[in-house]
Design a protein around this ligand. Structure first.
Ligand code: IMP
Ligand code: MG
Length: 185
């Protein structure tokens, strides 16, 4: 278990509070809308499971026409250390050919997951492909992958909440939290 995550929400340190998340998600939605163009429909592709909370808020803050779908890949935490070791666990329900696709990710860590997803989705001929990630840990990056919009750059802490989990827990927290160093060690 990563050392820095608290054993319970009681000793969790709030890294990004709920109001700050809400304000930033609205900004991201408006920036995306300007980039895509007012009349154009955007197709959000959420990366399960962590991105579902962010996608729900981003989509509601997006002022233009939109639709959504979800995709799931195996996590490197279960063994994959490179894009070649990542596998598709759940594919999209809809075809993305000719659509303006936006990958919605909770966090970019090594970059392998996003690198894999971009290659898989680009091969299907979308009209455009962008990525919006709520969080990014630049110090952890192993592969150089484009991310058009990033909510917050954070240092190398294991974070939970607002969709992100530790072994399935804490996704429901309304903030991004990190345990005080040593709390759960
Ligand atoms: P990457 O392939 O290393 O970029 O991994 C990205 C995925 O790892 C994210 O979509 C998350 O599911 C997971 N992940 C990476 N860092 C964290 C974290 O700090 N908390 C929770 N999940 C994380
Ligand atoms: Mg994820």
């Amino acid at each position: 278990m990563p050392r820095e995550v608290a054993a319970s929400p009681d000793d969790m340190r709030i890294l990004i509070d709920s109001a700050t998340l809400t304000a930033r998600v609205s900004e991201l939605a408006l920036q995306l809308h300007s980039a895509i163009g007012p009349g154009t429909s955007v197709h959000f592709v959420g990366v399960l499971t962590g991105a579902f909370v962010f996608l729900a808020d981003l989509m509601r803050a997006y002022p233009g026409p939109s639709s959504c779908d979800f995709i799931a890949v195996s996590s490197y935490r279960y063994g994959a250390e490179s894009a070649g070791a990542i596998t598709l666990v759940r594919d999209l329900a809809e075809d993305i050919t000719g659509r303006h696709v936006v990958i919605v990710e909770d966090i970019i860590d090594t970059g392998w997951t996003l690198s894999y997803l971009r290659a898989r989705l680009l091969a299907r001929g979308p009209a455009s492909l962008r990525t919006v990630a709520l969080l990014s840990k630049p110090a952890r990056r192993q592969v150089d992958v484009p991310v058009e919009l990033i909510g917050f750059e954070i240092s190398d802490h294991f974070v939970v909440g607002y969709g992100l989990d530790l072994a399935g827990r804490y996704r429901n927290l309304p903030y991004i939290g990190v345990g005080p160093p040593g709390a759960a060690s």
